[in-house]
Every structure is written in C-alpha cells, then in structure tokens.
Design a protein around this ligand. Sequence first.
Ligand code: MG
Length: 199
Amino acid sequence: MLKKNYGIAFDFDGVISDVYHIFRGHFWDMFGVNIEAEKDHYNFEFDLKKSEFYEDWWWKEIAVAITQYQHICPPIHESIEALKAIYEKYGDITIITAREPSDAVMQVTKLWCEKVFDFPYEIHFVADSKQKKLELMRLGIIYYVDDRWKTAQHLSEILDISFLFDSPWNRGRKEQLERNVIRVDSLWRMKDILDARLA
Ligand SMILES: [Mg+2]
C-alpha cells in the first residue's frame, strides 16, 4: 500500500520477535550463565571476569542462537496484530534491526517474517546501534520503538518520539528518560499515541 511516509519504524528483537528466552537457554547451554529476565543480555555486564576472547565468543553466540532457533521463536504478545493495524492505517511496515547482517541471520529472520506477517514490510539490517541511528536518519524515521533503554535514549536525539518498549530488562534504570522518550507496554499503545499525534 503506497501511502505518505509517516516516518514510523520498529526494532525487531524484544519488540516483534520474542527471542530473549531463546538467548537465555542458549547462553545457559554454552556459558553456564543464567541471565535473569531483568538483565539486558546484549550488554556484557555480567561481571564474568573472563577474557576478551570470551566476550567475543559471547557476541558470536547471539548469531548462532538466532540461526538455530528463530524458527521456533514466538512473536511478542499482540505485536503482530498491532503491526497489522498500523500497516492498515499508515502503510508498509519498516523494521530496522541491529541483528548481525550475516547471510544466515538475514535468511532465518526473513523466513520468520514471511511466515508471521500477512502484510507488506521491509527489513533493514545494520551492524550496531551507531549504524542504526544513521539508518534511521537516512530513511527519515521520526517515530521508532526499541526495547533497549540505552538505544531508546540515544536515538531520542534524532526522533520526534522515541518509544521504549516496556520490558523487564529496561525497568531497572532509575535515570530520567529524555523528554521525548515514551515508555509503552505494547505496540497498541504506540499506535494510540501515533493516532493522536498524526490525526
Ligand atoms: Mg531489541
């Protein structure tokens, strides 16, 4: 559906794809590390007192877990339904993810999307959060939702509204959110706010 570009986009992991329990299981198997639900497992902040090599291994295992288990990964509750409603109102869905842009990761991610979405979407892969910011700017995105506290704060510099997807791993931060960061408990809530804003 060709519509005006409203500049709306979405993060993937933790917003659309409920991949974190898979990471937890995989990291337990590989490292014997029990990541609690409150921990942001993308951060290497577990005080493991391990070498740099170990940290490197950890990062590589994120891509391994995605490749092995994406096909059994459930969507985040109600996200697909809300995305469909957002699509019907605002046009094609844009996803921007900092998942490793390797062939294997991109392939399993696209297969999953094709299986789960019955509406048009495009997905952009970037190498890290710095690249994510550049990609958002390149695409003219001004409304974006992410589940990482740090990312939502960082991206708020270039967004009209930076939505923080409420999750156990971003509730522990006590620092004040930037003025244009809004915590939402679902994509339905994000849609409500967009509807009010764009009416
Ligand atoms: Mg995420």
